[in-house]
Write a protein that binds this ligand. Structure first.
Ligand code: ZN
Length: 285
């Protein structure tokens, strides 16, 4: 199943992409894609509901804004330096264990919303990433059972302000959490449709120029390893997001570095998970 959300930021609603490709409004199902939805077998209930009701659901026009493909979750856990060439371009050693950091959930936006360059930012950067959406509460999960805890996957751009992240002291969270720094979607694709998340091409273009071009098979720590590993340190709740790290080709890795300026267009994609397109704009009061 392919789930999306749509509408204005103050009135986002759930939708489903039918196998025919039609985008339908499933507001009448009565539940948004949040923790309760995933925790109460929502994917299965929605599939059954669609068998009876899909034909009566209104179509969502392509012109309507796409929102984050899930409602704001309890947390977004990110993995740092999970591709060897990316670690090298940032002059960091290959990590012995996954590096974890958080991203504020208020950073979530739709896949094609503008990315707002934060106030006083000079180093706003891009990171195409595979995001895992958790399907059920996960505490001390083994690698072998990790897939049981996954609902599906989505495309994520882990926007990063490098000065806030690396030059202002302390944790990376400051550079990862500005509003609009987490475009997620366009769709959550359930895991049954992505047989091998550890072998997906992913790419990112800046103003048409291909800057990131890799495959999730280059990840140092793979999908089941990450779910298991993170669950040793915290409980993952249904709907939580794990962003699995970015390959080489971020702005920080260039000499001299390249960062976003207003008007820049960022396009990215992962095979099977769709594409995103953001235009950079300056922060305004
Ligand atoms: Zn990242």
């Amino acid at each position: 199943m392919r789930l999306f959300r749509f509408g204005t930021t103050d009135n986002e609603r759930p939708g489903v992409v039918l196998p025919s490709g039609a985008n339908i409004d499933v507001s009448a199902f009565g539940q948004d894609y949040d923790e309760t939805f995933f925790a109460t077998d929502g994917l299965q209930r929605l599939a059954e509901w669609l068998e009876v009701n899909a034909e009566n659901c209104p179509t969502v026009p392509g012109s309507v804004r796409k929102a984050s493909c899930i409602k704001r979750p309890s947390k977004i856990v990110c993995v740092g330096l999970n591709y060897a060439k990316h670690a090298a371009e940032t002059n960091a050693p290959i990590p012995a264990e996954p590096i974890l950091f958080f991203k504020a959930t208020t950073a979530l936006v739709g896949p094609d919303d503008n990315v707002v360059i934060p106030k006083r930012s000079e180093k706003t950067d891009w990171e195409v990433e595979l995001a895992i959406i958790i399907g059920k509460k996960a505490t001390y999960v083994s690698k072998e059972e990790a897939f049981d805890y996954i609902a599906g996957y989505a495309l994520h751009n882990d926007y990063s302000e490098r000065a806030f992240q690396l030059e202002r002291g302390g944790q990376w969270v400051k550079g990862k959490s500005a509003d609009t720094f987490a475009p997620l979607g366009p769709v959550l694709v359930t895991k049954d449709e992505i047989p091998n998340p550890n072998s997906l091409p992913l790419w990112l273009r800046l103003n048409g120029e291909l800057l990131q071009d890799s495959n999730t098979d280059d990840m140092i720590f793979d999908v089941p390893t990450l779910v298991s590993y993170i669950s040793q340190f915290m409980t993952l709740l249904p709907g939580d997001v794990i962003s699995t790290g970015t390959p080489a080709g971020v702005g920080l890795g260039f000499n001299p570095p390249r960062y976003l300026k207003p008007g820049d267009v960022v396009e990215l994609g992962i095979e099977g998970l769709g594409v995103q397109k953001q235009t950079a704009v300056a922060y305004t009061e």
